[in-house]
Ligand binder design. Structure first.
Ligand code: UN1
Length: 500
C-alpha cells in the first residue's frame, strides 16, 4: 500500500498534511511523510474546556451504552486494520507483522472494554451499625490526559482510551511528535465511530499536537484529574511531580530493563526464540524488550552460540518487506545512543558481537543497525540503564539466588522472565521474594504481553497499571456511601454523643 492510499483508507486527505509546522519523517528512509498543524496555548485551553463540558454529559450516559461506542471503535479498527498497521510501519518503522499486531492489541482492548462496560462493579460492605448498609460506587472522574510514545503510537492510546471511555471520561491525547500521522488516523477512526454512535457530546475526545511545552499544559491543569503517560523515566520524573503538585493522579508507564534467567533445566530452543524476539523485535524499542540475560554456566556454551547464529541470520531491512525481522531505529539520536552504550561496554572490557549501522538499498536515510550481543566479562556486573536499541547484555551465573538478585538489582521494574522446567525455580521466581517486576513470566519472554493482564511495573517504571484486570479503577473515582434505613442514629465505633 502506498502512503496516499493508506491515508485515504483511514479518512485522511493527503492534502491536509501539506502546511503544518511539525514535519513527520519515516524512519524507513527519512522521507517526509507529512506536516501536521500544531496546537497553541489557546487551542489547548479550548480543547480542555470542551473535554470538561463533554465529560459532564458523557458521565450520565449509561456505561453499557458507552460500551457501544467502544464496540463501534473496535469495528472501525477491524475494517482498517491493514491500513493502520501499514501506517504504523511507515511512521515508526516496526515490521508489518508487528504493525498489525499493534492494531490487534487495540481491537482486543476494545473487546475487553465493551465487556467491562457492564462490569464496573462496586462492593456492598457489611456495616457495623444495625439498619445500615455500606456500598462502594465507581463514578467517572473527568477528562483523562493521555501522553503516548512513538514505539506504540496507537495501541497504548487505545488501552487508555477504550477504558476511559467506558468509564465515562472524556479524552485529551498528546501523541509523540514522531508519530502524528498514526495518531491522526487512529483518532479519525474514533471520530467515525462517534459519528455512527450518533449522540455523543461534542469534544468528547481531542488530539493535542505539539512539543513538550504544549503537552505540559495538561500536566498543570486541574480540570484534567488523570494523566496517563508512557515514555522514558526522565519524562516521568517531570510528569509525576507536576501532576502530584496539584493532587492529580498519574498513571506512569516508564522505562524497563527487562531480564531473562536461563537455568540449567531450560528448554534452550524455546529460550533462544524468546530471547531473539524479545531483544531484536521492534528493533529493541519496546519498553518490554529483553535487555539482559543471565545464563547458567552449564548451558551458556550451548545457548549463547546458537543465539549468535540466530542474530547472524536475522534479516535487517525495510520493514515493509515481509522477510524483514528487524527494521530501523526511530532516528539518528537513537543510533547515537546505541553507539554510546556499546562504546561504554567496550571500555568495560565486554565482548561485542554486532552493532554498527547497516546500509539498506533504497532506504539509505534510515538508521538500520545490526542488533548487538554484549558478553559481559565481569561476572558480577550488571547494566542499570535502559538504551532504547537492540542491545542484549549477556551474563553468566552459577548461583540461582545471585541471578535472581541481579534480575532485581536495577532501578527499573517492568518485565522479567525465567526459562526453567524446575518447578521450584519457577515458583520462586513469581513468589514474594522472587522477581520484583510488574510482569514476571515463566517460559515465555519479557515482551508481547496480552491485554487481559494489568500492564506496568514498579520502581522507576513508575508504578502505573494499564490495560486489563482492574486497571480501569484508575480512570474512575471511588465513592463510599453508608445508608441508614433505621429510625435511630447510632454512631460508628459505638461513640455516645448527645445532650440528653
Ligand atoms: C510498550 O513498549 O510501551 O508487551 C508497550 C508488549 C506490548 C506492549 C509494550 N504488548 O510488548
Amino acid at each position: 500500500m502506498k502512503r496516499d492510499d493508506i491515508l485515504k483508507d483511514l479518512g485522511i486527505n493527503p492534502a491536509e498534511l501539506q502546511e503544518g509546522s511539525i514535519a513527520v519523517h519515516s524512519p524507513i528512509d527519512g522521507a517526509l511523510l507529512g506536516k501536521v498543524k500544531a496546537d497553541d496555548a489557546a487551542s489547548v485551553d479550548a480543547k480542555i474546556a470542551q473535554a470538561t463540558k463533554a465529560f459532564q454529559e458523557w458521565r450520565q450516559v449509561p456505561a453499557p451504552r458507552r460500551g457501544e461506542l467502544v464496540r463501534l471503535l473496535g469495528e472501525e479498527l477491524r475494517a482498517h486494520k491493514e491500513a493502520l498497521g501499514a501506517l504504523v510501519t511507515l511512521e515508526c518503522g516496526k515490521i508489518v507483522q508487528e504493525g498489525l499486531g499493534e492494531v490487534q492489541e487495540m481491537i482486543d482492548i476494545c473487546d475487553f472494554a465493551v465487556g467491562l462496560s457492564r462490569q464496573l462493579y462496586g462492593l456492598t460492605i457489611a456495616s457495623e451499625r444495625p439498619g445500615h448498609r455500606m456500598m462502594e460506587t465507581w463514578h467517572p472522574i473527568g477528562p483523562v490526559g493521555i501522553i503516548s510514545a512513538f514505539n506504540f503510537p496507537v495501541a497504548v492510546w487505545a488501552w487508555n482510551a477504550a477504558l476511559a471511555l467506558v468509564c465515562g471520561d472524556s479524552l485529551l491525547w498528546k501523541p509523540s511528535e514522531k508519530t502524528l500521522l498514526s495518531a491522526l488516523a487512529a483518532h479519525r477512526l474514533l471520530e467515525a465511530a462517534l459519528a455512527r454512535f450518533g449522540d455523543a457530546p461534542k469534544g468528547l475526545s481531542s488530539l493535542i499536537v505539539g512539543n513538550r511545552k504544549v503537552g505540559a499544559a495538561l500536566l498543570d491543569d486541574p480540570r484534567v484529574p488523570v494523566i496517563s503517560a508512557t515514555g522514558s523515566t526522565a519524562m516521568g520524573r517531570v510528569v509525576g511531580p507536576r501532576v502530584a503538585a496539584r493532587f492529580g493522579r498519574s498513571i506512569l508507564e516508564l522505562g524497563g530493563n527487562n531480564a531473562i534467567i536461563v537455568t540449567p533445566s531450560a528448554d534452550l530452543e524455546m529460550a533462544r526464540r524468546a530471547i531473539l524476539f524479545g531483544a531484536v523485535g521492534t528493533c529493541g524499542q519496546r519498553c518490554t524488550s529483553t535487555r539482559r540475560i543471565f545464563v547458567h554456566s552449564s548451558v551458556y556454551d550451548r545457548l549463547v552460540p546458537s543465539l549468535k547464529t540466530a542474530y547472524e541470520r536475522v534479516r535487517i531491512g525495510n520493514p515493509l518487506d515481509p522477510d524483514t525481522l528487524v527494521g530501523p531505529l526511530i532516528d539518528g539520536r537513537a543510533f547515537e545512543a546505541m553507539e554510546q552504550a556499546l562504546q561504554q561496554a567496550r571500555d568495560h572490557g565486554a565482548r561485542i558481537h554486532g552493532g554498527g549501522r547497516v546500509s539498506v538499498a533504497g532506504a539509505e536515510g534510515g538508521y538500520y543497525v545490526k542488533p548487538a550481543i554484549v558478553e559481559m566479562t565481569d561476572a558480577a556486573d550488571n547494566v542499570r540503564e535502559e538504551t532504547f536499541a537492540p542491545i542484549l547484555y549477556v551474563f553468566r551465573y552459577d548461583d540461582f539466588e545471585d541471578a535472581l538478585h541481579r534480575n532485581n538489582d536495577v532501578p527499573q521494574g517492568l518485565s522479567s522472565a525465567i526459562f526453567t522446567t524446575d518447578m521450584r525455580e519457577a515458583e520462586r521466581f513469581v513468589a514474594v521474594n522472587g522477581s520484583d517486576c510488574g510482569i514476571a513470566n515463566v517460559n515465555i519472554g519479557t515482551s508481547g504481553a496480552e491485554i487481559g493482564g494489568a500492564f506496568g511495573g514498579e520502581k522507576e517504571t513508575g508504578g502505573g497499571r494499564e490495560s486489563g484486570s482492574d486497571s480501569w479503577k484508575a480512570y474512575m473515582r471511588r465513592q463510599t456511601s453508608t445508608i441508614n434505613y433505621s429510625r435511630a442514629l447510632p454512631l460508628a465505633q459505638g461513640i455516645k454523643f448527645d445532650t440528653e
